[in-house]
Design a protein around this ligand. Structure first.
Ligand SMILES: [Zn+2]
Length: 222
């Protein structure tokens, strides 16, 4: 999970839908802007271009029309993460990735060994209840709970592990002295692209740098 600044002005269709008896918050303007603001990534697992997308209510609306049509309460989420979050009331209170001061990728550490069948290790770096709830949610998302969710999580981790291996490969090349300065700059550009908010599983990639004393070379991208 990383910070995603959200467009301040709600899409115009949202207020119009709110006025209708059976209006839908899933109007085209909302979906387009959520996709853009969240870089077409699930905000919880950071899977890029997920196959199944849900418009999630960060705080469950429970029939409250204001919460149901509140632009600040609408998030871009994959079905796997949305279902996992809905399963436990404690997940109603997690860090909000659209608020920069919540520091979602600094209060939580993300780690996985690039090896088949490895589990993700998610660690709280602060004692806040919201941080602990977020960590519990992320552990369930990446490692699974029910038999069905374990299969979904396994598929998610396969994609994550492949991305981490490619990212590590770029880092090895960048630090390998067989390459000249021009070649190293080329690798640095590719690494920078992987550290952007629009890249998949960005929090895991940023933590590889923080964990391995490589932040100095990429400080402007962290
Ligand atoms: Zn997800």
């Amino acid at each position: 999970m990383i910070f995603h600044p959200k467009t301040k002005t709600p899409p115009s269709c949202l207020e119009k839908e709110k006025q209708k008896v059976n209006g839908s918050y899933n109007c085209p303007g909302v979906l387009e802007l959520l996709k853009k603001d969240f870089k077409n990534k699930c905000y919880i697992c950071e899977n890029k271009a997920p196959h199944s997308i849900n418009t999630e209510h960060f705080i469950p609306h429970k029939g409250d029309k204001d919460l149901k049509f509140d632009w600040n309460n609408l998030f871009y989420c994959c079905a796997h993460c949305n279902n996992t979050k809905l399963a436990k009331p404690q997940f109603d209170s997690i860090l909000n990735c659209t608020i920069e001061s919540e520091e979602v990728d600094r209060k939580i550490k993300y780690h996985i060994h690039p090896f088949p069948k490895e589990q993700a290790v998610i660690t709280a770096l602060s004692g806040e209840a919201k941080v602990n709830n977020t960590v519990s949610l992320l552990l369930e998302v990446y490692n699974g709970t029910t038999p069905l969710k374990k299969i979904e999580s396994g598929n998610l981790r396969s994609k994550l592990l492949k991305e981490i291996r490619s990212f590590q490969d770029l880092l090895f090349k960048f630090y390998d002295d067989i390459y000249n300065e021009k070649e190293r700059l080329f690798f640095k550009d590719q690494i920078a692209r992987e550290l952007r908010a629009s890249s998949g599983f960005t929090a895991f990639k940023r933590w590889i740098l923080r964990d391995n004393d490589m932040t100095e070379d990429f400080v402007e991208y962290l």
